[in-house]
Design a protein around this ligand. Structure first.
Ligand SMILES: C[S@@+](CC[C@H](N)C(=O)[O-])C[C@H]1O[C@@H](n2cnc3c(N)ncnc32)[C@H](O)[C@@H]1O
Length: 361
């Protein structure tokens, strides 16, 4: 090792690991960060939780008070103090003070249209593979709930173009998104109009939350780059079937995958550890598909012929069918003629464990 190798670095080293990374103090902070970290400041939204778990949201202003029937809380008692403190009203009630998370904000913000629930927004971010810097096309914007999640995932260097055909909904969404981020987001554009009018190209991901996503498949196909992902969120099985068949029949997409997510909260107290009594039973289904390169025909995938389980040759009537659909566990449950012989490829199931041919050594 030479003397130069062992000499101390001549440039000022950052004081902490955070300073060395993009977004540290040497780079402009990501949009919205100033209202998410550090002591409470003027203009911050604060969620106050009372002893019964009721939530109240206040926007901090010096000299102002928040009034409840349990007395008043001075905003000055919060300003300059850290998140997670407890403040006491003049009536003696304690309130826990925290900034609302995106989940809290979405469930309490003003709504034009129905929002994508946080559990589904989380799935969309992962299964539609939304990444920092991505170019994303979305329709409709509705109340802007999903847009907030998408903007967070793509960051300031990405681009989100959100189409909404109702001007009043677009205005609600714009307000909600600006409230959440503390101002306009540099990566976001809302266009009032039908997605069918879009001439967007070179898009990485398209997210559809609308009544009739099958109507816009040509537009989506033209917008997406090869390998791009389309993800549709639909509420009913009839919509699910129609959008999957439209994607499958279009010829420019690989085999679609469809799934839903159920989330059940648990009650955990002492020995009483059990599922909660209530849950949101249904929100919607997600469909994802990848854009093929131009001119490519989707490969036909077949499952292995189902075994009868009795050492016999497979029944030709059910060969090539998913065992569950073919009625192997319940013979005769589905007439073979009603089920197509070519079914989804094994890797079209987004939540299955390592599929055939993908198993790790
Ligand atoms: C369920 S809402 C979307 C909610 C939104 N994803 C959210 O999380 O707040 C569906 C919206 O799609 C809009 N819409 C339906 N078809 C459309 C189309 N072809 N182009 C643009 N917007 C459309 C509707 O006006 C409606 O506001």
């Amino acid at each position: 090792m030479s003397a130069a190798d062992s000499a101390p670095p001549t440039v000022d080293a950052p004081d902490s690991a955070l300073e060395a990374v993009p977004g540290g103090p040497y780079a402009p902070p990501p949009t919205g960060l100033t209202h998410r970290r550090g002591p409470f400041t003027k203009g911050d939204r604060v969620q106050l939780t009372d002893p019964k778990g009721r939530l109240h949201t206040v926007v901090l202003e010096p000299g102002k008070q928040f009034h409840t029937h349990r007395g008043a809380v001075e905003h000055d008692a919060l300003l300059g103090r850290p998140e997670g403190i407890v403040v006491t009203s003049t009536g003696g009630t304690d309130y826990l003070a925290l900034r609302p998370l995106l989940v809290d904000f979405v469930l309490s913000m003003p709504r034009g249209a129905t929002v994508v629930y946080p559990k589904d927004a989380a799935q969309i971010i992962t299964y539609a593979d939304i990444f920092p810097g991505a170019r994303v096309l979305e329709a409709g914007v509705g109340s802007g709930a999903l847009s907030c999640s998408l903007l967070r995932a793509i960051g300031d260097a990405g681009r989100l173009v959100s189409y909404e055909r109702r001007e009043d909904f677009a205005a609600v969404a714009q307000r909600n998104i600006e409230t959440f981020f503390g101002g306009p987001h540099p990566a976001h554009t809302i266009r009032v109009g039908d997605l069918l009018e879009s001439r967007e190209r070179d898009i990485d991901r398209v997210i559809l939350d609308m009544l009739a996503p099958w109507d816009v498949i040509d537009t989506v196909s033209a917008a997406l780059l090869p390998g791009g992902v389309v993800c549709a969120y639909v509420a009913t099985t009839t919509q699910l079937s129609r959008v999957v068949e439209a994607l499958r029949g279009h010829g420019t997409f690989a085999e679609p995958a469809a799934f839903e997510t159920m989330m059940r909260n648990w009650h955990v107290e002492g020995l009483a550890v059990r599922p909660g009594h209530r849950m949101v039973g249904h929100t919607g289904f997600l469909v994802t598909a990848r854009r093929l390169a131009d001119g490519v025909t989707p490969p036909v995938r077949r499952r292995r012929p189902a075994k009868t389980g009795l050492g016999e040759a497979p029944d030709p009537a059910v060969a090539g069918l998913d065992p569950a659909v073919a009625g192997v566990t319940d013979p005769g449950a589905v007439p073979a003629a009603t089920v197509p012989a070519v079914v989804a490829s094994s890797n079209s199931d987004p939540v299955a464990p390592a599929a055939e041919g993908q198993a790790e050594a």
